[in-house]
Design a binder for this molecule. Structure first.
Ligand code: NDP
Ligand code: 8X3
Length: 254
């Protein structure tokens, strides 16, 4: 990455799709240099080219699995401190009672949404602390503050993200580092396709008649959170479609 005077650098995890990809575009448009991450390297490289060509910013793609602490350390450990971290990589697997859930689905959600998120924020915090500046933003979910049946483990991981965010904010309070969480409701991304293991019809049904949020709308709010004056932190933001009043209280127009 070429060094620019006072360049602002954003690390964005989960940038190959959905909310993370929309954040990468939003921040590149605003002139931020980016570290974009995800497992699908081809998608990262395509996005890198697109953003560098369109917005003349520096973009570094880093492909690694957030579940693997060694991969996270190898990828991010030698980088300079980011100005901000958008810790967004995450997923849901299955929509079943706990008694019928697959162990592999449960492990994947816990390892990605909770352990992976913690690995990445740990490194970002280590790097930001000596500079006494920075902003760590976690992508939680309405599922973390309004749990629902058949989503036990996903909801628990997102409740964990909420708790982790609050505790981290306390730890970093006297260190000049802001910590925020955004809890979106339904956003139309690849999320449901991943949840239903590639069943695109079942995934499409989730958003029928809802007018869900778009990833670009969520990215706009994330940008707003980051742009607040130095003495202001939007610590927790809940963002829903106007057709949604809770995780499972949804008005469908048919
Ligand atoms: P997408 O499936 O579109 O994007 C998920 C992103 O996470 C991808 O870039 C994926 O990259 C990355 N990711 C998943 N697992 C890993 C892993 N093990 N290592 C590295 N990267 C990983 O979904 P969304 O954009 O909707 O999801 C983004 C976040 O928003 C998630 O944390 C999700 O829980 C949260 N959320 C989503 C809502 C929704 O309705 N869509 C609502 C509320 C919160 P790759 O596969 O290339 O590794
Ligand atoms: C994703 C939103 O309601 O499907 O976090 O859990 S929900």
């Amino acid at each position: 990455m070429e060094s620019k005077e006072n360049a602002s650098i954003a690390w964005i995890t989960g940038a190959t799709s959905g909310i993370g990809k929309a954040c990468a575009t939003k921040f590149a448009k605003a002139g931020w240099d980016l570290i974009i991450t995800g497992r699908r390297l081809e998608r990262l490289i395509d996005l890198q080219k697109e953003l560098q060509n369109n917005y003349s910013v520096n973009v570094i793609p880093l492909s690694f699995d957030v579940r693997n602490a060694n991969e996270v350390e190898t990828a991010l450990g030698n980088l300079p401190a980011p100005t901000i971290l958008i810790n967004n990589a995450g997923l849901s697997r299955g929509l079943d009672p706990l008694a019928q859930s697959l162990l592999s689905d449960m492990d994947e959600m816990i390892d990605t949404n909770l352990k992976g998120l913690a690995y990445v924020s740990r490194i970002a915090a280590q790097k930001m602390i000596p500079h006494k500046r920075g902003h760590i933003l976690h992508v939680g979910s309405i599922a973390g503050i309004d749990p629902y049946a058949n989503g036990t483990v996903y909801c628990a991981t997102k409740a964990g993200v909420d708790a982790l965010t609050q505790a981290l904010r306390m730890e970093l309070l006297d260190k000049g580092i802001k910590v925020s969480v955004i809890h979106p409701g339904m956003v139309e991304t690849e999320f449901s396709e991943v949840r239903f293991h590639g069943d695109t019809q079942r995934a499409a049904n989730v958003y029928q008649g809802v007018n869900p949020l778009t990833p670009e709308e969520v990215a706009d709010v994330i940008y707003y959170i980051i742009q607040q004056p130095a003495h202001v932190v939007l610590s927790e933001v809940v963002m829903l479609s106007a057709n949604q009043a809770g995780a499972r209280m949804i008005h469908r127009n048919h």
